[in-house]
Design a protein around this ligand. Structure first.
Ligand SMILES: *Cc1c(COP(=O)(O)O)cnc(C)c1O
Length: 402
């Protein structure tokens, strides 16, 4: 177990941007006997979660569920649609975009990787310029990360789609929504995404272990001629079995119980309210950051993430020392800076199963931690967040609805 400076009581605050806090309702759902995945009961569960996920992706097309982490679903997106030597266009928005690029190269794709500063989402104008210049249509796919979890910047996927349409380019659009699905509005069909990749352990409030592909008819068409080797990740066998709610190999039965419960919870709250709640917590967090005098890593307000906020440490102060102080004193985990920004930033996750008072506990822990670690800041960040949350709470409920 963790070595804290004291034996913790009460709940650990898991404020990393995934895995997120798993609500008791979901833990209880998972804690049911594992059933025969070829038996009569299973098909109903399979049908329910497959149909339910279509609602979350906002698609009428197929959704594939893998017993794998998000990385597996990244691989599935590539191997089902592309062939060795195919050119793809990707953007260096941060750590996860970089990892997806590395995977694409390992699989034998040729990646045009547009450099970025880790403080912005993908620029739709850059997508348009790149594709307009590709007269021969050599680029087979454009891949973007909707919510770059390493930076707290989002990409405006609908605008990327519009840029591709203006360039009249036939490339597939693939989107990583691993840390945005169920937290930030996403529309697979409306935005013309061909493959959307997601995972269970972030906005969907589940433990790690499930991942998803939402796929368009055009992506299925591409899969018929795609030559990258695939077996475990193949869509065809999945779609055939899924028609009756079953899977070609053993699914993560107990995580599917959890997914069924998560879908009920999101539908009871209403997706519009789920997104409004994430927006509210992100805004409260940014107000706290400004009051502390800490800089928000994301430079473009239109691209601020509602799932997490990444903050820069004042020069000469190590973000990891600060995070360690917070963990030891207050039993709260904050997200680390990854690769290029290691030690320079910390990330506050405010996604998944979360509410105003959990956010206030989180921000209080950050403010106390800043004092404890001797990080220069102004007091009053938690107060600024409280003022904002109280102001929003005083407004009629309808304002926050759908
Ligand atoms: C977490 C995350 C991943 C990696 O997913 P795993 O489940 O760890 O394989 C990829 N992309 C983004 C945007 C993520 O947030």
């Amino acid at each position: 177990m963790l070595k804290l400076s004291f034996a913790p009581s009460g709940r650990h605050f898991l404020q990393i941007p995934g895995p997120t806090n798993v609500p008791d309702r979901i833990l209880r759902a998972i804690d049911n006997p594992t059933i025969d995945h070829r038996g009569p009961e299973f098909g109903e569960l399979g049908k329910k979660v497959l149909a339910g996920m279509k609602g979350i992706f906002k698609t009428k097309g197929h959704v594939i569920i893998y017993p794998a982490s998000g990385t597996g679903a990244w691989e599935a997106a590539l191997v089902n649609t592309l062939s060795p030597g195919d050119r793809v266009l990707m953007f260096e928005t941060g750590h996860f975009a970089t990892l997806w690029r590395t995977m694409a190269e390992k699989l034998g794709l040729v990646v045009d990787f547009v450099a970025g500063d880790w403080r912005h989402g993908v620029d739709p104008a850059a997508v348009e310029a790149k594709l307009a210049a590709d007269k021969a249509h050599a680029v087979k796919a454009v891949m973007v990360v909707h919510n770059e979890t390493s930076t707290g910047c989002t990409t405006r996927v609908g605008e990327v789609r519009a840029a591709m349409d203006r360039a009249k380019h036939p490339a597939l659009l693939m989107v990583d929504t691993i840390s945005s699905l169920g937290s930030i509005d996403y529309r697979h069909d409306e935005w013309g995404a061909d493959v959307t990749v997601a995972g269970s352990q972030k906005g969907l409030m589940l433990p790690p272990g499930l991942s998803f592909n939402a796929i368009s008819a055009k992506a299925i068409e591409a899969s018929k001629t795609a030559k990258l080797p695939r077996s475990f990740w193949g869509w065809e066998e999945m779609i055939a079995s899924n028609a009756t709610g079953y899977f070609p190999y053993t699914p993560s039965t107990n995580l599917l119980y959890g997914l069924s419960e998560a879908l009920d919870m999101m539908n009871e709250e209403g997706l519009g309210r789920v997104f409004a709640r994430h927006d509210r917590h992100a805004e409260a967090t940014r107000r706290a950051a400004r009051a502390w005098g800490l800089e928000i890593l994301c430079l473009e307000p239109k691209e601020y993430s509602s799932a997490l906020t990444a903050l820069l440490m004042p020069a000469g102060h190590d973000a990891d020392k600060f995070r360690k102080a917070v963990l030891n004193a207050f039993d709260m985990s904050l997200g680390a800076g990854l690769s290029k920004v290691a030690g320079k930033i910390f990330r506050i996750g405010h996604l998944g199963s979360f509410n105003d008072l959990m956010l206030m506990g989180t921000l209080s822990g950050v403010e106390m931690g800043l004092s404890l670690a001797g990080v220069p800041h102004r007091k009053g960040g938690a107060q600024a967040a409280m003022d904002y949350l109280a102001e929003v709470a005083a407004k009629p409920v309808a304002a926050a609805a759908q």
